[in-house]
Design a protein around this ligand. Structure first.
Ligand SMILES: [Zn+2]
Ligand SMILES: [Zn+2]
Ligand SMILES: [Zn+2]
Length: 487
């Protein structure tokens, strides 16, 4: 893969390609780039779309790439990773925000009354695997990292603490005080078991809620449902944690997003929080013993951050729906890539050597631990080598319960339909007969051939990326405005 051409700095050979593109159907080509959302690595497709009239059986061509620049159509790569394609990641982030916000304040088919349901914003953390440099602040006052007795040493002869008051951008943050004292293996295993820990937590939470209101599981399920949406985030030390919105709904048979009703009276946010505080410390997942060692369990860390989500004005310790949606959407496109280049895809043996030179020491050690553990037959089920680039975590980055709000697919379809209406004359897309498009009237038959991935020349790529940067800047401004006017 080639490095992205830096915008503002064009090599003569690339300049010739830019000039060439500018001279051949440039406007239409740029339209296609825009249609593909300014994707950095679009797929190039050739083909046609035919429409068949259901009544008469007549077939007409509705679209062909034959007349397009270079005879291709561009299709967005659709990744959600910032490091792979900032344009597609921005689209994903916007969708994540919409999806989250709809479940908190309504919209996208969800009734506004959802704002009256009991909702909590909860951060589930990993336990400690050893002391790491950390920034501790109380308001403006920054506290020492790990106070310790003068002269105290760890078993490896290193200082037993750290008196430093770390700045926010200190590169040591997240690094262990002593790499030998730090249990990297346990952390990798924890990351691998975190999705199962979450699953068990949702079950334990139901049970705890039932106990608090004096109902059995089946009775409870007839009355109330816990809906959620969550994202995973890597802490600096390389442990995954989850940010989740939990919401109580009345149990309903109907599955449409519009059929959400307030939970019955006893199911307040306070009861939900009490159930959480009962359930979370007790949940555990057994970890297969390594090397005949003792059986270990993955559990949550002691820190459980719970905020009530308010419907209206902020109160101390409470968050608004917009704050929560914005906060969660921010994490939806970030992964291990923030630790350094090379962790945005699966690894092989050769990568391992190479990565050690590029990654922070601690992160490289976690990758190595995942690779090492992944070679053990007793841990085969955790597929640690396949997920070494994710430090063992193989869960989904954002998940939600079925009834939380709308879906990414629905949002994507709506966006496509909207773009189609905007492109159509008078806002009405027409079929091959010039009639307003109607799925009941015509059958669409599309046939595509894959031509290639990415832009054809470095010059085209440069042009597209320049336009992408401009579009992103406009989007960023719109996004900031959306959040500040909403907040
Ligand atoms: Zn893309
Ligand atoms: Zn420190
Ligand atoms: Zn030590």
């Amino acid at each position: 893969m080639t490095e992205p051409a830096r915008v503002g700095e064009v090599l003569p050979a690339v300049l010739a390609e830019v000039v060439d593109r500018a001279g051949r159907g440039y406007d239409r080509w740029m339209e296609l780039v825009a249609q593909a959302g300014y994707c950095h690595h679009p797929i190039r497709l050739a083909g046609r779309v035919d429409q068949a009239d259901r009544t008469t059986g007549e077939v007409r061509q509705a679209y062909t790439t034959e007349g397009e620049p270079d005879g291709v159509l561009l299709k967005a790569c659709g990744t959600r990773w910032e490091s792979r394609c900032p344009s597609c990641a921005a689209t994903y982030r916007a969708d994540a925000y919409q999806l989250l916000a709809a479940g908190l304040k309504g919209g996208k088919g969800v009734p506004d009354t959802v704002a009256e349901h009991s909702r909590l914003f909860v951060t589930f953390t990993a336990p400690s695997f050893g002391k790491v440099h950390s920034r501790k602040a109380q308001g403006r006052l920054v506290l020492p990292c790990h106070p310790y007795r003068q002269g105290a040493r760890c078993p490896h002869g290193r200082r037993a603490g750290c008196w430093h008051r770390h700045e926010e951008d200190d590169s040591r943050l997240g690094e262990p005080l002593c790499p030998s004292c730090y249990d990297s293996e346990a952390q990798v295993l924890w990351n691998a078991l975190a999705p199962e820990l979450w699953r068990r937590t949702t079950i334990a939470l139901q049970r705890a809620l039932g106990r608090l209101v004096g109902l059995g599981e089946a009775e409870l399920r007839r009355l109330v449902r816990i809906s959620y949406a969550k994202v995973a985030e890597f802490q600096r030390r390389g442990a995954v944690h989850f940010h989740a919105v939990l919401r109580l709904d009345a149990a309903t048979e109907c599955r449409c997003p519009g059929c959400l009703a307030l939970p019955p009276a006893p199911f307040t946010a306070a009861v939900l929080e009490e159930a959480l505080r009962l359930a979370v410390p007790a949940v555990r997942v057994p970890c297969p013993p390594v090397d005949g060692g003792p059986e270990r369990y993955a559990r949550w860390g002691e820190q459980l951050d719970v905020h009530n989500i308010t419907a209206g004005d902020d109160q101390a310790g409470e968050l608004s729906a917009e704050q929560v949606a914005g906060y969660i959407a921010k994490y939806a496109t970030k992964a291990t890539e923030s630790f350094g280049a090379g962790l945005d895809r699966r690894l092989d043996d050769d990568d391992l050597e190479r990565l050690a030179d590029h990654l922070p020491v601690h992160v490289a050690e976690l990758v190595r631990a995942a690779w090492e553990l992944g070679g053990r037959p007793e841990l085969e089920g955790l597929r640690l080598r396949a997920w070494a680039h994710m430090l063992g975590f193989r869960g989904h980055w954002s998940t939600k319960s079925r009834r939380y709000s709308t879906t990414f697919t629905v949002l994507r379809r709506a966006r496509v339909a909207f773009a189609k209406r905007r492109r159509a004359k008078d806002g009405v897309p027409l079929d091959a007969w010039g009639r307003p498009e109607d799925d009941d009237q015509v059958v669409i038959v599309a046939s595509w051939v894959y031509v290639g991935a990415g832009y054809e020349t470095e010059g085209e790529r440069w042009l597209a990326l320049s336009a992408a940067a401009r579009a992103r800047e406009q989007r960023r401004i719109a996004w900031e405005e959306l959040r500040t006017t909403a907040a």
